[in-house]
Design a protein around this ligand. Structure first.
Ligand code: PLP
Length: 399
């Protein structure tokens, strides 16, 4: 690191509220699956802002969309229809099980909207006391009051209390624990198909089907928080496609616009109609620039063979990791779907991440122990070979 980088890091640390620990390197630019720091050091970027830069860095389709739409019209009030908004809406609706969409800017906003919509629908259709929401232990849904209130771990932060009331927590993959919480005032159930932030814990298909049946029998809205898992990450456009059932509402963000801040809530029509002008909205949500970029990204994902290739490269990655597991003896578990991959190792996670970064691979932590690998969806087998070599070398070096 140069003297200037060190100064930049120290100066930034003095000015920023400390919501994140500052990394010891300064990132400069990216191209494809690689990111480069200010010293020109090259990193295989398998973090991509936590599953965000789905097309990698500086993808030509994104650059073209940003440049041409920015020169034309960046923003207009949300009540205007625009061609980019129509194009993006069509892609999401025509390629999934939903009828309506609403756009926002971050995952937490999409989840917040889904909670409000489910309560509004329940108020209108089941009575004004019907406002209870069931979430799951070890979930992560965001940082606003609504989304923190359905994230059980947040409740251990007493300084933020009081949280939103009438939220209950069931055990993931345990249908009896859900049944025990259901009553006449249950408005909705919200679940992540994969609990990514708690260590890549995958929902069982049978459990998801039972959840759907339970919601049908009791007129309860089923929400999938697909913020981290949709938009190609699992080898399908939507995450629900892998779990043998359909939700009533899904929340999308992260990879939807490859790093441009966009999120969406998609819903069945009879539920979405509960929102009318004045009940919800967003200043930036659905602006023409955001919509043009999301349209460009989703169009790439839907190109012939793209999603199949995600599945294929995901399998290749996991097979290579299994070989490494045998060779190194330091990998204790591998959990994955598509290109969402979690590895438990016998090495402490934080030093492991630093060592990987030192050796030229960026990855992230999921939960307390898990190494999360979320390569750009354009990754090739040779990039994966390169990553395996770095992981193997790093595991060898670390005790
Ligand atoms: C499942 C899930 N929901 C919601 C969020 C919040 O998204 P954002 O940070 O964009 O607000 C995240 C972020 O990691 C997430 O993984």
């Amino acid at each position: 690191m140069t003297q200037n980088d060190q100064e930049l890091i120290e100066e930034t640390k003095k000015l920023l509220v400390k919501t994140y620990p500052t990394q010891p390197v300064v990132m400069d630019h990216g191209e494809g699956v690689y990111a480069y720091d200010t010293n020109g050091k090259k990193y295989l970027d398998f973090a991509i802002g936590i599953a965000v830069a789905s097309l990698g860095h500086a993808h030509p389709a994104m650059l073209e969309a940003i440049n041409s739409q920015a020169a034309k019209l960046i923003t207009c009030q949300g009540s205007y229809a625009t061609y980019p908004k129509l194009a993006c809406s069509k892609l999401l609706i025509e390629n999934g099980c939903f009828d309506l969409v609403s756009f926002f800017n971050s995952g937490t906003e999409a989840v917040e909207a889904s909670l409000k919509l489910s309560r509004k629908w329940a108020y209108d259709n089941k009575g004004k006391n019907c406002n209870e929401i069931i979430s799951f232990r070890n979930s992560f849904h965001g940082r606003t009051y609504g989304t923190a209130s359905i994230t059980e771990k947040s409740l251990s932060q007493p300084f933020f209390k009081p949280y939103v009331p009438n939220i209950h927590f069931a055990n993931f993959n345990d249908i009896d624990s859900v049944k025990a919480l259901i009553n006449d005032n249950t408005a909705s159930i919200i679940i992540e198909p994969i609990q990514c932030e708690s260590g890549i814990i995958i929902a069982k298909t049978e459990f998801m089907k039972e959840l759907r049946n339970l919601c049908n029998e009791n007129d309860i809205i089923l929400i999938f928080d697909e913020v981290q898992t949709a938009m190609g990450r699992l080898g399908t456009l939507y995450a629900y496609e892998n779990f043998g059932t359909e939700p009533d509402i899904a929340c999308l963000a992260k990879g939807i616009a490859g790093g441009f801040p966009v999120s969406a809530m998609v819903t069945k029509k009879h539920i979405g109609d509960a929102f009318v002008p004045g009940t919800h909205g967003s200043t930036y949500g659905g602006n023409p620039l955001a919509m043009a970029v999301a349209t460009a990204v989703i169009s790439e994902l839907l190109k012939d063979g793209f999603l199949e290739n995600v599945k294929e490269t995901g399998k290749y990655f996991v097979n290579s990791l299994k070989q490494l597991q045998k060779d190194s003896g330091k990998i204790t578990d591998i959990r994955s779907m598509g290109l969402m991959i979690g590895i438990d190792t016998s090495i402490e996670i934080k030093p492991l991440l630093s060592a990987l970064q030192g050796n030229g691979l960026m990855a992230t932590q999921a939960g307390d122990f898990t190494l999360r690998l979320t390569p750009p969806l354009i990754v090739t087998k040779s990039h994966i070979d390169e990553a395996i070599e770095i992981i193997g070398k790093t595991l060898k070096e670390k005790k």
